[in-house]
Structure formats: structure tokens, C-alpha cells
Ligand binder design. Structure first.
Ligand code: E4P
Length: 219
């Protein structure tokens, strides 16, 4: 049901949206700290909103329920239709999710490593549940059964949350996530570019164009 870009770089996002294949943006504090170390968060997110379409996830960075709700309402006010509040998963995160769900604010429950966590987030009304492929694999586990069992449980229980798979480190991670039942992969710009690249495609196009240039022309 879509492909998101995992980036906070408005220039890169604008460039890649021109391909016509992206339908949303995910950011997180680590990506923003890395890509926009001294930028103002509100400015960065407003720039991202201006160059993209669809949902833009912004993650909460505070840690108490009251602070998180206040932070979430601030982000929500930037664009009530398109901002999705990324809620780090925990007991407090579930309480915050419940409050935001009651206010009909879109949410993306993040940092999920297991089906049971995603199931709780989906029961809590999350718009998206984000499974972290690379980080699950870092612990030595196969992420495919995590994704496929999450999809099976959500479908069987009639839960509406969509599964985002992020933390993609390789092109193969994207392919495997899609095959396992992920609704929306979120990929970094380098991985998106790898999805286009294939040496045999490049070689074939060059062969066709070369033959066209060298065709005998009538005088
Ligand atoms: C997804 O929404 C996250 O922003 C992201 O994919 C996390 O990836 P990481 O494991 O590379 O930090």
C-alpha cells in the first residue's frame, strides 16, 4: 500500500518524490540529529511537508506521559492531516497512544522488535506499527517470521494498523519485508536508489541505444 522514505533531508526528499513512487516520510531523532544537527525541528518538518505528500512521522523525544502528550499536540498542530506522531513503544507509550487515539490523532508506534509488541500497539489503535528489520537481525533473529506473524495476527483479528518495516540495511531486507507481508517499507535514499539499479538493465538499455545510433540510415 505504499513506500515511505526514511530521511529528514528536504532536498533529498524533494528529489526522490519526483519519481512518483513515494507516499510518506518517516523521521526519527537519530536521523534528524545526524542529517540536520543544528536545525530547528519545526523548520525541518515544515520543509519536509512542503516537498512531500502523505503522512510524515515525527517522533516523540520526551519520556513522561504528560510531556509526551504535550509534545505530540505541538507536532499535530503543524499539520493535523499529515503529521503522524511516532510513539516509542513502552508502557508509557501505550498510555500515550491511548490518549492520542481517543483524540483521533494518527500514530506510528515505533521501535518494535516482536509480534507481541506490534499486536498491543495495534489493539491500542495505532495507525502504523513499525518493526525494525536491521535491529532485529542485529540480535541474531530472522525478521521474516516477525513480519509474517504480525501480518497474520492483524489480518485475523481485523486490526486496522498498517505494518511499516524500517531499519532496512540491505536491498534484500526490503524484498523480504514485502514478501513477508509488510504494508509499507520505509527505506533510506541509498536503498531506494539500489532498488532501481541493476547492471543487466543498464547494459540492455545501452545495447538498444547503441544499435539505434549505429543503424544504417537512408541517404
Ligand atoms: C523507521 O521508522 C526508523 O526511522 C528507522 O528505519 C530506524 O532505523 P535504524 O535501525 O537504521 O536506526
Amino acid at each position: 500500500m505504499g513506500l515511505f522514505i526514511d530521511s529528514s533531508d528536504p532536498k533529498e526528499i524533494k528529489d526522490l518524490y519526483a519519481w512518483g513512487v513515494l507516499s510518506g516520510v518517516t523521521t526519527n531523532p537519530l536521523i534528524i540529529a545526524r542529517e540536520q544537527p543544528s536545525a530547528d525541528l519545526s523548520e525541518v518538518i515544515h520543509e519536509i511537508l512542503a516537498v512531500s505528500t502523505g503522512d510524515v512521522s515525527v517522533e516523540l523525544t520526551t519520556e513522561t506521559e504528560a510531556e509526551m502528550i504535550k509534545e505530540a499536540l505541538g507536532y499535530h498542530s503543524w499539520d493535523t492531516q499529515r503529521i503522524v506522531i511516532k510513539v516509542p513503544f513502552s508502557e508509557t507509550g501505550l498510555r500515550v497512544l491511548h490518549q492520542l487515539t481517543k483524540r483521533q490523532i494518527k500514530t506510528n508506534v515505533t521501535c518494535l522488535m516482536a509480534m507481541n509488541q506490534a499486536y498491543l500497539a495495534a489493539l491500542g489503535g495505532a495507525t502504523y506499527v513499525s518493526l525494525f528489520s536491521g535491529r532485529v537481525q542485529d540480535m541474531g533473529y530472522d525478521v521474516r517470521p516477525v513480519i509474517s506473524s504480525t501480518r497474520a495476527v492483524l489480518d485475523r483479528e481485523g486490526l486496522q494498523s498498517k505494518i511499516i518495516v524500517g531499519s532496512m540495511r540491505h536491498l534484500m531486507d526490503v524484498n523480504e519485508a514485502l514478501e513477508a507481508g509488510c504494508h509499507v517499507p520505509t527505506v533510506t535514499p541509498p536503498i531506494l536508489r539500489k532498488m532501481v539499479w541493476n547492471p543487466r538493465t543498464i547494459e540492455t538499455i545501452a545495447e538498444f541505444n547503441d544499435a539505434w545510433r549505429k543503424r544504417p540510415t537512408k541517404r
